[in-house]
Design a binder for this molecule. Structure first.
Ligand code: PMP
Length: 424
């Protein structure tokens, strides 16, 4: 038994993008991909909801619990120090992953939802006043709408949304019109979960900053597919979730510019976020601990570090190239299906295929596909305003990851044809 966690930063080792990924080897890393569903090989196409986990992540959590687990930031004993080292090493991995300037700017949260709630409840509540505005877009996940709505309701402010066009792209002129002297923050998806649209965030941040408006990016769907450099983007906040990037659930990251985090009040009170407590006065801990009250999700953090290493070991550029090939093939094949309409046809997209088929309810589609071993998501994808914009109550969504194959797209299309024959 060793009490030494894996502290190696694999994200720095980048294989050349010219070398294609060995997908069979990648698939062997994911134990769950060898299982069957209803007697068929699992075809897992629900990655935008949550992705599967490679052995490296499972192993990182196992070895933490079996070899060096203890609470972090508390003990002088060997195990506590080893756990703390692993926890803080994961913070540095997240810092490198986002190219943040300092680990002080990396706060661990339960996920994207909590990260956005944290910013809304601290930055939002201290800056938004009656008559002010918060700007989002028509493509947002409910997690990037409701926290802002709550702040606006409390303060007597107004939540505005920049509209999207028929391809599912934000209409930039309309967004610009809504960036006014009253706008206190622009909160925007980097990539849409329902449609796959990649927003031109660098351009949008420039527009917002030119008007003095800070920008939060919801990176839940971007981090697994797109290289993110928060310093190059200049965004003020960036949030993503572990479970969508091959890491554990219940863990996520909030990046915030140190200057903003310093001025924000704490989110929750409790252990770890204090320097000293008396009944008269509490002084708060320094960054990032000021925002990490209570015993954190230690295994989740260590697992997330392993996931970021795993992704870095392959290279997001190669992952994106592979997924883009699947998106092109999938789009072509789906367009051949009579009565099928793809919802979300942005020029810049990640590998998300949202669609409706005439005469087939998405839930029936999902059930037929499940019997073929194909896991897809059906419903409104926690983005009801997007569904409303396209005049559909729900879609079927196939969302792809690095381990998906061309053959799996063929199985999806055969399943869709089967559902059409049954229902349409
Ligand atoms: N934003 C987007 C764009 C998402 O896709 C999701 C997850 N579906 C979230 C926010 C919320 O993420 P989590 O549930 O991990 O907090």
């Amino acid at each position: 038994m060793s009490a030494s966690p894996d502290l190696r930063p694999a994200t720095e080792v980048r294989p050349s993008s010219a070398v294609a990924i060995d997908i069979s080897a990648v698939r062997r890393d994911f134990p769950i991909l060898s299982r069957q569903v209803h007697g068929r090989p699992l075809v897992y196409l629900d990655n935008a909801a949550s992705s599967q986990k490679p052995r490296a992540v499972i192993e990182a959590e196992r070895s933490l619990y079996e070899e060096y687990y203890a609470n972090v930031h508390r003990g002088v004993h060997t195990l506590s120090m080893a756990s703390t080292d692993a926890y803080e090493a994961a913070r540095s991995k997240a810092q490198r992953f986002l190219n943040a300037g300092s680990p002080r700017e990396i706060i661990f949260t339960r996920g994207t939802t909590e990260a956005i709630n944290l910013v809304a409840a601290t930055f939002g509540r201290s800056r938004v006043r009656a008559g002010d505005e918060v700007l989002v877009s028509g493509l947002e996940h409910h997690s990037n709408i409701v926290p802002w709505q709550m702040v606006c309701e409390e303060k007597g402010a107004r939540l505005r949304a920049a509209p999207i066009n028929d391809d599912g792209e934000i209409v930039l002129d309309e967004l610009a019109k809504r960036l006014t002297t009253r706008t206190r923050i622009l909160a925007l998806a980097h990539v849409s979960n329902a449609l796959g649209t990649v927003n031109p965030v660098a351009q949008i941040i420039e527009m917002a900053h030119a008007r003095g408006v800070p920008v939060l990016l919801d990176g839940a769907q971007a981090a697994p597919h797109v290289e993110v450099d928060v310093q190059a983007l200049g965004c003020d906040f960036y949030a993503f979730s572990g479970h969508k990037i091959y890491g554990p659930s219940g863990i996520g990251v909030l990046y915030g510019k140190a200057s903003l985090l310093e001025e924000m009040p704490p989110y929750q009170g409790g252990g770890d976020m204090i320097l000293s407590v008396s009944f008269e006065k509490t002084t708060y801990n320094e960054l990032p601990y000021k925002f990490e009250a209570g015993t954190p999700n230690i295994a989740g953090v260590v697992g997330l570090g392993a996931a970021l290493d795993w992704v870095g070991g392959i290279g997001l550029d190669r992952i994106a190239a592979h997924e883009h090939g699947l998106l092109e093939q999938g789009t072509r094949r789906l367009q051949e299906v009579p009565g099928l309409k793809i919802i979300g046809t942005a020029r810049d997209k990640v590998a998300v295929l949202s669609f409706v088929v005439e005469g087939v309810h998405p839930h029936d589609m999902g059930t037929v596909l499940d019997y073929e071993g194909v896991a897809v998501r059906t419903g409104h994808h926690c983005a009801q305003p997007v569904m409303e914009r396209f005049g559909v109550p729900a879609t079927t969504r196939a969302s792809l990851a690095v381990y998906n194959t061309k053959e799996e797209i063929d199985v999806l299309v055969e399943g869709i044809q089967k559902a059409r024959e049954m229902f349409a």
